[in-house]
Design a protein around this ligand. Structure first.
Ligand code: MEV
Length: 337
């Protein structure tokens, strides 16, 4: 049996706009998906997933990827999760030139499904890594990130950026602009995450932004403005940059730009009432800034606050199911066994 894990992430800036070639800055966090893969004698794929999410949001099923599992989350989400696993299997088979390889796959994850924390990228990255190693064809991190991107793009009908999968493969903070993917230095950020217990359908949300962009010039301008925010924000992240601000003042600036970024995502129609109320709860508690993270529609917000105030406020905010502090994870994909 071969086991790999890969981290989830939060977006400091740039989701959605990154699909159209603007830069984005996701950061890996210490929440992981762990995938165990064992080769089979036939060409079947059997997937067993437990705890694909946080408390109260569990997916459990056993069966071939054609069977509909018995779960307590929306069917569209499970279909999406299975789609990513299928696509990962296809990439592994292709990479190892083993089109008929069959696998028993076990997924264990503490990243909520479809909630903006990169569960699909983590499952895809860890799945391809474990399956290719099980077939005796380990991939370099670059190849792995590329194959994981292709798997995500296939599930999202071609509309995906390299951001989630690259970040999950290499860990830490990264900057992605089109095909240019690189690790960047980032200070220790006081990240707080609020989770509304819900989820969004990434494919649908990305398609909705695409429709707005194609229809309205000001939506296209909004996307370009998000790119400007990212370019501004990365200057404050870089410890080597020559700004004479100290770290605390830089983090305040980053927070202010996150607030801007959230406003623009809201205007593109990808926020929700619960995401907005968590963002406002964080701001009112004194967070430096707060925004939704990932595709939106429901799921998680990310705030910056070194004090306990935002965490406490979120825990008392109606609609917030869970709040936690997230540490940056410098490890990307990890070979566990
Ligand atoms: C989803 O986690 C991030 C999006 O920008 C889509 C993508 O980059 O593929 C919305």
């Amino acid at each position: 049996m071969t086991v790999s894990s890969a981290p989830g992430k939060v977006y400091l800036f740039g989701e959605h706009a990154v699909v159209y070639g603007e830069p984005a800055i996701p950061c890996a966090i210490e929440r992981r998906a762990t995938i165990s893969v064992e080769s089979r004698d036939d060409d079947h794929v059997r997937v067993q997933a437990s705890d694909l999410s946080l408390d109260g949001f569990t997916v459990e099923y056993t069966g071939t990827t054609d069977d509909r599992p018995d779960v307590d989350v929306p069917a569209s989400l499970v279909d999406a999760a299975m789609g990513y696993i299928d696509a990962a299997v296809e990439q592994a088979r292709e990479a190892a030139d083993a089109p008929d390889a069959g696998f028993d796959i076990t997924v264990e994850s503490d990243i909520p499904l479809g909630a903006g924390l990169g569960s699909s990228a983590a499952v895809t990255v860890a799945g391809i890594d474990a399956a290719t190693r099980e077939l005796g064809q380990p991939l370099s991190t670059e190849e792995l990130a590329d194959r994981a991107y292709r798997a995500e793009a296939a599930v999202q009908k071609g509309e995906a950026s390299r951001a989630d999968t690259f970040c999950s493969a290499v860990g830490g903070a990264v900057r992605v602009e089109g095909d240019d993917c690189r690790s960047i230095d980032a200070p220790d950020l006081p990240i707080v995450v609020g989770f509304d217990g819900g989820a969004g359908d990434t494919g649908e949300l990305v398609a909705g932004v695409r429709a707005l962009k194609d229809r309205y010039d000001f939506a296209a301008d909004t996307i370009a403005t998000i790119g400007d925010i990212v370019r501004q924000g990365e200057g404050f992240l870089d410890p080597e940059s020559d700004s004479d601000l100290d770290m605390e003042a830089r983090i305040e600036e980053i927070g202010r730009l996150m607030d801007f970024n959230h406003g623009l995502l809201e205007s593109l129609g990808v926020s929700s009432r619960s995401l907005d109320s968590m963002v406002w709860a964080a701001r009112e508690a004194g967070a430096h800034g707060a925004k939704l993270t990932g595709a939106g529609g429901g799921g998680c917000i990310v705030a910056l606050d070194p004090t306990p105030e935002t965490l406490t406020a979120l825990r008392f905010t109606p609609g917030c199911e869970e709040a936690f502090r997230a540490e940056l994870d410098d490890d990307g994909v990890r070979r566990e066994a």
